[in-house]
Design a protein around this ligand. Structure first.
Ligand SMILES: Cc1cc2nc3c(=O)[nH]c(=O)nc-3n(C[C@H](O)[C@H](O)[C@H](O)COP(=O)(O)OP(=O)(O)OC[C@H]3O[C@@H](n4cnc5c(N)ncnc54)[C@H](O)[C@@H]3O)c2cc1C
Length: 346
């Protein structure tokens, strides 16, 4: 089998790169072993404002300009809905925070999203003595559904190998590589935290963070916006809400834990005071990096190997732009910005 690219991993990074290849009529196959599930459990929110400090997310404008049309195009291609517009209500902790909100509303970029007024809390189920501020034009990508549908799409075209990619089996030639019976020009590794097992790129300084989420059924809550406090409460429809997420830099497993659940429940009980039942509990490892920037580029010695990783806590917004940049770097030698280029770690 002769293809232009092999992609390893079909989370958000792998999907974004596969779409970039399809756009440019390049051929590819994907290897996926289901060892990681960050994309499958992700809240999927996109929002250009750092809700802790009311500042702009790094490079948010450029990311959203590429990301929104990207998901739009996939929706049309697969004839399914993945992008749900959802406002965010940021619960204030104090009067000081209310004032900071007004100040931030005047900033360029943020003013398109942050509404300069205080939203009075009229919902008895929500505990918000200082009320909240509202963000609009924000939303959620149903990443789990997208990833499952994309997986099926590739499977239907015989482009998906459901197996662990074994790094030892790569054979290098001058302008290409072979992996078992597949010959390709380039292999792009999109393994998320799985990169730790990749001998060509595991020197890169990940600072991965495990995250846990619960899904609750809360029939009296009746909210159609995301509530952001110490945790987020994200409406899924039919009185179900995703609640998350924890950050754990020690545990490297993807199994949900009792501690994670207790922490989420403890925080949830400080934001809502109505009855709820936990109906699901999941966990995954966010591929975050020491300097909180993506990991993009080609291997210094083996030009046939490239990486698209380090999407961190905001894969939904970052993945499509990074896929575009990596493709241009490989195909047209377009230089990568230093802050995303893996060479910054040499
Ligand atoms: C709890 C939680 C909540 C989150 N919420 C949000 C959010 O609201 N908004 C947002 O933008 N982001 C969120 N994120 C972050 C987001 O999920 C990540 O940025 C993104 O999913 C990373 O995608 P990825 O493709 O790089 O990695 P992954 O999704 O981990 O995909 C890597 C894939 O590679 C496969 N793989 C690995 N090694 C091999 C191998 N050797 N052979 C074959 N296959 C292999 C894995 O099985 C996996 O499918 C959240 C993450 C977590 C954990």
């Amino acid at each position: 089998m002769n293809v232009d690219y092999i992609i390893v991993g079909l989370g958000l990074a792998g999907i974004a790169f596969a779409e970039e290849l399809s756009k440019h009529r390049k051929t590819f196959v994907v290897f996926e072993d289901y060892s990681q599930n960050s994309s499958l459990v992700a809240g999927g929110m996109y929002n250009p404002v750092v809700l802790k400090r009311f500042t702009a997310v790094w490079n948010a404008k450029e990311q959203l300009e590429i990301a929104l049309p990207f998901y739009n195009k996939i929706e049309k291609h697969l004839n399914k809905k993945y992008n749900y517009k959802i406002d965010i209500h940021r619960v204030f902790k104090s009067i000081v925070e209310q004032n900071n909100w007004y100040a931030a509303c005047d900033k360029v970029l943020l003013q398109d999203y942050m509404i300069p007024k205080i939203i009075k809390n009229k919902n008895d189920c929500i505990i918000a003595p200082f009320d909240s501020g509202k963000l609009s034009h924000t939303g959620r990508i149903d990443v789990n559904r997208l990833a499952n549908d994309y997986n099926k799409l590739l499977k239907g075209k015989d482009l998906l190998f459901e197996q662990k990619f074994d790094y030892e089996k790569i054979e290098f030639f001058d302008n290409n590589v072979t992996y078992e019976n597949v010959k390709a020009k380039t292999i792009v590794f999109c393994e998320g935290f799985g990169v730790k097992e990749n001998p060509y790129f595991n020197y890169l300084p990940m600072r991965e963070a495990k995250g846990e989420l619960i899904t609750i059924h809360a029939p009296n809550l009746k909210v159609n916006f995301l509530i952001k406090s110490a945790i987020f409460i994200l409406p899924l429809g039919n009185d179900h809400y995703k609640v998350g997420a924890t950050f754990n830099w020690v545990d490297k497993t993807k199994s949900p834990t009792k501690d994670g659940k207790n922490e989420l429940e403890f925080k949830l009980n400080k934001v809502i005071n109505c009855d709820y039942k936990i109906v699901d509990h999941v966990a995954g490892i966010r591929p975050t990096v020491k300097d909180r920037r993506p990991l993009i580029g080609m291997h210094k010695k083996h030009k046939q190997l490239a990486i698209l990783n380090g999407l961190g806590t905001r894969g939904v917004m970052i993945a499509p732009l990074m896929a575009q940049k990596l493709f241009r770097n490989i195909e047209s030698d377009e230089q990568l910005e230093h802050e995303i280029d893996i060479n910054r770690f040499e």
